[in-house]
Design a binder for this molecule. Structure first.
Ligand code: FAD
Length: 395
């Protein structure tokens, strides 16, 4: 039964939305989470890799083993000329099963009292004097207008909710990666190694990945900076990549999607609204990873929304607290990663080959992320300070 008022309405049932709904409901306010798809977690548009520590720091409970398809103990970096090395990993990684993971996150939100509704498409906002006061939506083909104190826009990379609220959500084409991915079977790669391939001609402004999912299955995909896709689409590039390296593999699943590699949108809060996850462009601009950062954004947004409701002040002045907390926890790091990404994009294949040759000659314990980026960017000294700040903790 849908009520006509909730303290907090969350739009989108991805990791950011479910964390927002969980954090708000846990603080005792009424929460409605609306997801347009008929099932949470489907379709999967993701390579599903996360750092173990990142996930564990956000969740109150340890990760459920059912969420994890593969435990990653090594990375392999592949240079354009075929040279490769295995950097020292700062910790363990997971390749998730996002169907189960996303579903369980929503279930956890429901478990603490949030009402989760699927096949619920939000098509507009209720506004009063510019302040957001609820949503217009269609649930199972029936129109509803539902009022709220705070709306949390967690509607992903194609977000429209923030724009309806008057926030500027535009991104430069070059900061939006166009990605294509196949889930391949029968490729016989190690089950605990994530591979990255760099080649500025074949994969300009991005990289290709191979993330194992166990039993000879892996997510194999690539992302290129959006401004290069008019020369050749990501899918055509992936077909060539796969034909060259895995000619006998079977394609079990295909997906395409955009990945923001930007700084967050200018404003992630306004009167009666907060924006979280991909909708706020909160992903890591260097890697494109947005699961963990989206969960951080969602969790912070949910908590601040509940505090606003409990304080009786849902104005932009109070909600700005979310913006400050996000910047302190992850926004500053995001700016740093963005600058490093911009520098990495300037590297040529010759630079990448030379750096790979240098790094692979180092003893394994010296092949740290810090050393790798210092070597890669040694000709751009102005960025080294950012590299030190970003990667010294992983040295
Ligand atoms: C090919 C590819 C590979 C990737 N690989 C990785 C990876 O390995 N690691 C990583 O960390 N990140 C990866 N990402 C990024 C990651 O998938 C996203 O950053 C993450 O899903 C963001 O979570 P979110 O909750 O913000 O958005 P989403 O997961 O996109 O969830 C948004 C939800 O909102 C719903 N929605 C949208 N509009 C409406 C509406 N109007 N009404 C109701 N519901 C609505 C959508 O249906 C969706 O379920 C990848 C992305 C792609 C495309």
């Amino acid at each position: 039964m849908i009520e006509n008022f909730y303290d907090v309405i969350v739009v989108g049932g991805g990791p950011a939305g479910s964390m927002a709904a969980y954090a708000a409901a846990k603080k005792g306010v009424s929460v409605l989470m609306l997801e347009k798809d008929k099932e949470i977690g489907v379709p999967v548009r993701c390579a599903e890799a996360v750092g173990k520590e990142g996930i564990e720091n956000i969740l109150d409970d340890p990760p459920d083993p059912r969420w994890i398809d593969a435990i990653i103990r090594q990375f392999k970096f592949n240079a354009p000329d075929g040279g490769s090395f295995f950097p020292t990993l700062p910790g363990t990684g997971y390749v998730l099963n996002r169907k189960i993971f996303d579903f369980d996150l929503a279930m956890r939100a429901a478990g603490v009292g949030a009402q989760v509704v699927t096949r619920a498409y939000v098509k507009g906002l209720i506004k009063d004097n510019g302040a957001v006061k609820g949503v217009h939506c269609v649930i199972d083909k029936k129109e509803h207008s539902i009022n709220s104190r705070v709306v949390i826009a967690a509607d992903g990379v194609e977000s429209r909710v923030a724009r309806w609220a008057g926030l500027n959500t535009t991104t430069r084409l070059r900061d939006m990666e166009t990605c294509c991915q196949y889930t391949l079977a029968g490729i016989g790669t190690p089950a605990d190694v994530c591979e990255f391939y760099f080649n500025q001609q074949e994969i300009p402004g991005g990289y290709a990945w191979l993330f194992p999912k166990g039993e000879g299955i892996a997510n194999v995909g690539l992302g290129i900076a959006g401004n290069f896709s008019r020369h050749k689409a990501a899918e055509a590039r992936l077909q060539e990549f796969v034909a060259k390296r895995f000619p006998k593999a079977s394609i079990l699943y295909k997906t395409i999607g955009g990945v923001p590699c930007a700084n967050r949108i200018e404003k992630i809060s306004a009167d009666g609204i907060l924006v979280a996850g991909d909708a706020a462009l909160q992903g890591n601009p260097l890697t494109g990873g947005g699961i963990t950062t989206g969960m951080v954004g969602g969790k912070t947004a949910g908590r601040v929304a509940a505090e606003a409701v409990q304080t009786g002040d849902c104005s932009s002045t109070f909600l700005h607290k979310y913006e400050k907390e996000w910047d302190k926890r992850a926004g500053k790091a995001q700016q740093r990663y963005y600058k490093i990404k911009e520098s990495v994009k300037k590297l040529t294949n010759d630079d990448l080959n030379a750096a790979a040759a240098k790094i692979s000659a180092l003893p394994p314990n010296k092949q740290t992320l810090l050393r790798i980026f210092q070597t890669l960017l040694r000709h751009q000294p102005s960025i080294i300070v950012e590299v030190l700040k970003a990667f010294r903790p992983f040295a």
